[in-house]
Design a protein around this ligand. Sequence first.
Ligand code: FAD
Length: 419
Amino acid sequence: MRFDTIIIGGGLAGLICGIRLAGHNQRCAIVSSGRSSMYSFSGSFDLLGNVSNEESLYSLSDSLLQLVNENKKHPYSKIGLSRFETLIGEFHTILNRLGIPTKGNARENHFRLTPMGTLRPAWLSADCVAASPLADQLPWKKVAVCNLQGFMDFPHQLLAKQLLSSGVDATIHSLDLRFLDAIGQNSTEMRSVSIARLLEKQENLEELANALNRIAKGHDALLLPAVLYSAEGKAFEKLRNMVLDTELFMLPTMPPSVIGLEIESALIAEFKRLGGAFFGGDSVLKGEIQSDKVHHINTANHGDIAMLADNYVLATGSFFNKGLVATHNSVYEPVFGCDVAYLPNREDWYTNNLFERQEYLGFGVETTTDFKTLSGGKPVENLYAIGAVLSDYNPVEEGSGAGVALLTALCVANHILKL
Ligand SMILES: Cc1cc2nc3c(=O)[nH]c(=O)nc-3n(C[C@H](O)[C@H](O)[C@H](O)COP(=O)(O)OP(=O)(O)OC[C@H]3O[C@@H](n4cnc5c(N)ncnc54)[C@H](O)[C@@H]3O)c2cc1C
């Protein structure tokens, strides 16, 4: 099986890279073994959220400049800030084509409301997500926190408590909805995705709208768990038109993330529409490097039948999705054995305080400035790395996860396309 480019990993990075390549008539394949980080997606894309002072929290361009000046090996430094506007424009074009409405822009962070009632910086949020333009203030005085009775994956009481303590008049409402009887007997079935499927039915949506309309009056906003599909023409948009007198927003739930899975499915469908071959549920077990080039890869499902391509893109994610593997005293990249940057002493990898900087999150595959991987210190000419598998950035500390995934994906695709 021969392709122009084979991408290993079908998370945000792999899919965006594949869409860009397939959109330019490349014969492109994505092999992806399992769930990506989109399964736990918050509904907001980060570019650079956590910065040293309050002023640069709002001004993304100042924060980015500071970051690339301080860390020359950061993926953003390798891309170069001068290319950001073009790459971000390419990402917006993809989102628009998929009918996924968003808010936010790359000039300034906005602040999404977390289910714990705190505000977190974000670059782009799905339009349905509850957010504020300010870091320390919500745009509403009186809100109703609405949960569906029996739904355990949304901490509505904690959210309301935190909102009250930050000066917002928050009331709690537990909605008793008949259509949930079908899944309500079994708490394992009462999950966000099952509810979203039920809410694609008009009569169920009307029942929810009626319940919300009984609460709406006098509230500036109603806050719901993210249990509705929110692309154009889907349930959330319809519900917004049916609920009168107030605004309606959703907040992330425990995984699975309905918004994340919806975006992921839309990206897979778009990749296939453009002629890409998507091998879901298959794992790349091994890649053969000969004379500084990948010759072929082997996957679990294809056994001895090798897959060949001119170029390969490693988009396998970090530890969470097995793109990196840690032993007791080392960290390695399991498919090609690429060079990995990590600290030699295990005691330095993490601190016990979950909220402090965790060094292991900055470990990853080392690359050249154009994201070619290194093996034995030498570039592998036709193997690129993108997204969370990369070294020299800390997605959690910086709040840069999706930004690095998206921009490195587009940067590498353009490099392969010689654009
Ligand atoms: C739980 C979690 C939640 C996050 N939420 C957010 C958020 O809300 N907003 C944000 O901005 N950032 C978030 N991030 C940061 C995240 O890292 C990036 O946003 C981005 O989604 C990473 O994408 P990726 O494609 O590089 O990797 P991943 O999403 O990890 O995808 C890697 C894919 O590769 C597959 N794979 C791995 N090994 C193989 C193999 N050998 N063969 C074939 N396939 C393989 C995996 O199964 C997976 O599907 C989150 C990260 C995590 C871990």
